[in-house]
Design a protein around this ligand. Structure first.
Ligand SMILES: Cc1cc2nc3c(=O)[nH]c(=O)nc-3n(C[C@H](O)[C@H](O)[C@H](O)COP(=O)(O)OP(=O)(O)OC[C@H]3O[C@@H](n4cnc5c(N)ncnc54)[C@H](O)[C@@H]3O)c2cc1C
Length: 361
């Protein structure tokens, strides 16, 4: 395993950061952003997971909130690549990669969060169609998507689990996508409730086969965790830079606050965790690119390590900036709120502990 990025990847991050500084000016439209990234060859449509991770990290240094949009769409592309039928791939894969179609992933419900087996949305077979009814919550990209990857109970004889994944057109009759749920952080990406009333879906829009839902959901969350880790690392890099910039400039008691050991220790800890988190993330991305059997464990380790570090150090960055760190919408105040959210989605950090321990034991 390499412990350093290749020159090509270092240059990729640098070029992208310059590109983003220009393109992220003005009102942000997530679909247009993806399309611009694609047109300028920043989205890897080859099998380089690492490149898309570097892209996510670089973007999230500027705005961690974009990370949830990216991770959702990237993870969905992986679902279609790995489990979609030839028909689904031919119709949608290129559109998804180019950003012509934007996707959301809709699994969570009121009574089914960490325990996904409890979903109540159900799909009933009617000839070669399925009729879906239920209510979903927290669907990232819900209000901006064209396609929903939706999970429903379909218990039929011989199913491995009772859950099946469907690919659904978001404009389809019977679908109501609510306004984004107001949330603490990661506000750039919408989070929506989706109500389904007698939504008719063709048999050929099943992803995989009936009963494959849990397998598909878990593999998606494994990929999502890697992107979530990249999101946290981008944020951590951003707060470190802000903390360093402020601490060398700010004078109190006749000297720069960076001369105080208390501040130096914060900075040293941030820097250690950023480097450690990055190594773990890149190892995990390489594990994905090489189909390593360690992927599940590594993706949980990487997600929980980097999101915990992001949460701790964004709080410390606010501390270093003092009153300035509390100004609403300042970089560190926003990062502080964004970081907390990262500990919840793509599996809470307690669930990551379970996965890591289970893999080891
Ligand atoms: C911003 C955001 C975006 C999201 N995006 C999506 C999305 O796009 N699609 C989607 O389907 N879902 C999405 N989710 C939902 C997310 O996956 C769930 O919120 C998450 O899995 C936790 O479920 P919960 O909120 O119901 O918490 P709960 O499962 O109720 O957990 C509550 C607490 O109990 C702990 N806990 C639960 N079970 C155990 C256990 N076995 N051992 C130890 N501790 C446990 C948890 O760690 C947590 O601390 C999103 C959530 C948020 C906040």
């Amino acid at each position: 395993m390499q412990t350093q990025l290749s020159k090509e990847n270092v240059d990729f991050k640098k070029d992208l950061e310059d590109f983003l500084k220009k393109s992220l000016k003005g009102e942000l439209n997530l679909r247009s952003l993806w399309q611009e990234l694609y047109k300028n060859n920043y989205i890897a449509n080859t099998n380089s997971f690492l490149k898309n991770i570097l892209l996510t990290e670089t973007i999230c240094k500027l705005d961690p909130g974009i990370g949830l949009f990216l991770l959702t769409h990237f993870a969905n592309i992986e679902i279609i690549k790995s489990f979609g039928s030839e028909d689904i791939k031919n119709k949608h894969l290129e559109n998804l990669i180019s950003g012509k179609e934007i996707s959301c992933f809709s699994l969570t419900e009121e009574n089914a969060g960490s325990d996904i087996s409890q979903i109540e949305t159900n799909a009933v077979r009617n000839g070669n169609k399925w009729l879906i009814n239920g209510k979903k919550i927290w669907a990232s990209n819900g209000s901006i998507c064209d396609l929903i990857i939706l999970f429903a109970q379909t218990k039929e004889k011989g199913d491995k689990s009772g859950i099946t994944a469907f690919l659904i057109d978001s404009k389809q009759k019977g679908i109501e996508i609510k306004e984004s749920t107001p949330k603490l952080g990661i506000k750039t990406t919408p989070s929506n409730e989706i109500i389904l009333k007698d939504v008719e879906v063709d048999e050929k829009n099943i992803i995989g086969t009936t009963g494959d839902g849990v397998k598909i959901a878990l593999s998606t969350i494994t990929n999502g965790r890697i992107f979530c880790s990249a999101q946290a690392i981008g944020l951590l890099n951003g707060v470190l830079e802000e903390a360093v910039k402020h601490s060398v400039k700010r004078n109190q008691f006749g000297k720069s606050i960076s001369d105080f050991q208390a501040i130096q220790w914060y900075i040293a800890d941030m820097s250690k965790d950023l480097d450690g988190a990055r190594l773990l993330l890149y190892k995990t991305a390489w594990a994905k690119d090489t189909n390593s059997s360690e992927l599940n464990k590594l993706s949980s380790m990487s997600k929980s390590f980097s999101t915990k570090a992001a949460q701790r150090h964004s709080s410390n960055a606010v501390q270093i900036l003092g009153g300035k760190g509390l100004i609403e919408d300042s970089y560190v105040a926003k990062a502080y709120k964004d970081a907390k959210v990262l500990e919840i989605y793509e599996g809470t950090n307690e669930i990551q502990q379970l996965v890591i321990a289970r893999e080891i034991l």
